[in-house]
Design a protein around this ligand. Structure first.
Ligand code: KIV
Ligand code: ZN
Length: 512
């Protein structure tokens, strides 16, 4: 029979520790709600002694969570334990998570104590924590580098004094999967009362082993895994829970475990966390990176069209992604272009695939990535319309009166008419230009992303603007590289307006 793996999330504690600035209470509550909706078993809400803000966040989280158990971290000190318990006092059931270094290095050079003193500190703190809750977790900090005999001895004592969950952290991400597995199996062999507690693991990713080590640990007997969604955490991070959850699901026959996690919520939760924490998710990040379910090479795209299983071990739907598009580049084959056109509702009879593919390759070499509206205009719009830009910049003048007050004069050629607009803005030049262009074109676009990056080429610095706008439920993308922010931004926005104009024309032609 499959056994359950308890999922313990520490995004709001270990994860938050690693951010450049701490999170506001309302943002922590938002993350906690997302984790709760995912059915995370235990949420480590914070380290209440660390600041009044953290204390308040834990209190607020306790008011807003429906299913998950809430846990707070405390050192083996009475004041920490009291504050942790107070922060969670509105709840009937909560967990206190105590931690203390057990490796020789931590005991001697950080805590300036000996092993016996550490044992006494641990026993004492358990006694204090028991006044508030029966659910005590104890972490033997730096367990990965702790002498195995001393670790066994420590775990035995902790369980004897009533600790229900013993956490074995690889605090500095030092161990390798076989080595970590051996630590856990040795505990199971040598600790006489091990059946009275749950063994948990908490692996850091300094050598990129966090997920591998966690999986090895459950194969050796651990039944709780700690980590964070997206893998954020001290230094190189904690084990990425989404990877562990999906590994357990995908390799269920081999692993013989299950989790209670609603995996379809993974993608949205990771988005919430990355947005609130202002951390972008690398495109190749397993499970949640945008490339994880997108196929680029012609051979792979063809294989996927024939049978998704050829190149997909997880269905994107399983993590809550609705629709996956191919990344259309010059490496894409004819099959992918045909497939995408079909997905957009065009049958083979509507266009000439050979001609379209030729044009597609040419544009893809120039542009990099090809979007739906590019494909449509290549297939249906005469070249002269594409070449002849409908909107053209004729004049741009920016007047500064006093800081914060800007006047903008803009002349734009719209077809064969020149339109002029004067605009006053308190919100900066780019905002002013964007508003003016929206008024002139009357297209009323919604700006979804506006990102400015600087790039150095030889000795010059260039500006790159990436924009995504929404026009009538369709997204339009543009990337422009030019000499300065104003030039680059206006060119990028005007290009987008031209693409929208072509796409509007196309609608008329195809009556769609
Ligand atoms: O990495 C670690 O050892 C920790 C403990 C507090 C569990 O974060
Ligand atoms: Zn940690």
């Amino acid at each position: 029979m499959k056994e359950k793996i308890i999922i313990f999330d520490t995004t709001l504690r270990d994860g938050e520790q690693s951010l450049q600035s701490s999170l506001k209470t309302k943002d922590k509550v938002k993350i906690a709600i997302a984790l709760d909706k995912m059915n995370i078993d235990i949420i480590e809400a914070g380290f209440p002694i660390s600041s009044p803000g953290d204390f308040k966040s834990v209190q607020e989280i306790c008011k807003n969570i429906k299913n998950s158990k809430i846990c707070s971290l405390a050192r083996c000190l009475e004041k920490d334990i009291k504050i942790a318990a107070k922060a969670m006092s509105k709840l009937e059931n909560f967990r206190i998570h105590l931690f203390l270094g057990t490796s020789k290095l931590h005991i001697e050079s950080k805590l300036k104590k000996n092993f016996k003193e550490i044992q006494n500190m641990a026993i004492n703190s358990i006694k204090i924590a028991k006044k508030y809750t029966n659910d005590i977790e104890f972490s033997c900090e730096d367990a990965g580098r702790t002498n195995i005999n001393e670790l066994c001895q420590m775990v035995e004592i902790l369980i004897k004094h009533g600790v229900k969950t013993i956490n074995i952290p690889d605090t500095v991400g030092y161990t390798l999967p076989n080595e970590f597995k051996k630590i856990i199996s040795t505990l199971y062999k040598r600790v006489s009362n091990i059946d009275k507690a749950i063994i948990s693991v908490h692996c850091h990713n300094d050598l990129g082993m966090a997920v591998g080590n966690s999986i090895s640990a459950i194969q050796a007997g651990a039944r709780q895994i700690e980590g964070t969604i997206t893998g954020i955490g001290e230094r190189a991070g904690n084990a990425a829970l989404e990877e562990i959850i999906m590994a357990i699901k995908t390799r269920k026959k081999l692993l013989n475990f299950y989790t209670n996690i609603k995996h379809k919520k993974i993608y949205n939760t990771s988005k919430t966390i990355s947005k609130i924490c202002k951390l972008s998710i690398p495109i190749n990040k397993p499970i949640i990176g945008i490339n994880s379910f997108s196929h680029s090479s012609g051979i792979h795209q063809d294989g996927i069209i024939k049978n998704r299983k050829n190149y997909e071990i997880i269905s994107p739907k399983d993590i809550g992604l609705k629709k996956i598009k191919f990344n259309l580049t010059s490496r894409s084959g004819r099959a992918a272009v045909k497939y995408r056109m079909k997905e957009m509702g065009y049958s083979k009879k509507n266009y000439n695939l050979n001609k379209l593919y030729k044009k597609f390759l040419k544009l893809a070499d120039k542009k990099g990535q090809i979007f739906d509206y590019d494909l449509e205009s290549l297939a249906f719009i005469k070249k002269k319309y594409i070449k002849k830009k409908y909107f053209k910049l004729k004049k741009l003048k920016i007047y500064y009166k006093i800081p914060g007050k800007t006047k903008i004069l803009l002349k734009i050629l719209c077809g064969n008419k020149i339109k002029k607009i004067n605009i006053k803005t308190k919100n900066g030049q780019i905002n002013g230009i964007y508003t003016a262009l929206n008024k002139i074109t009357k297209l009323n676009i919604i700006l979804k992303k506006f990102k400015i990056k600087y790039k150095q080429k030889n000795k010059n610095i260039f500006c790159q603007v990436n924009i995504i706008v929404q026009y009538k439920n369709k997204n339009f993308y543009e990337t422009k590289l030019d000499i300065d922010i104003i030039n680059t931004s206006i060119k990028a926005i005007i290009n987008i307006f031209n693409n929208i104009w072509i796409s509007k024309k196309l609608k008329k032609i195809n009556k769609i």
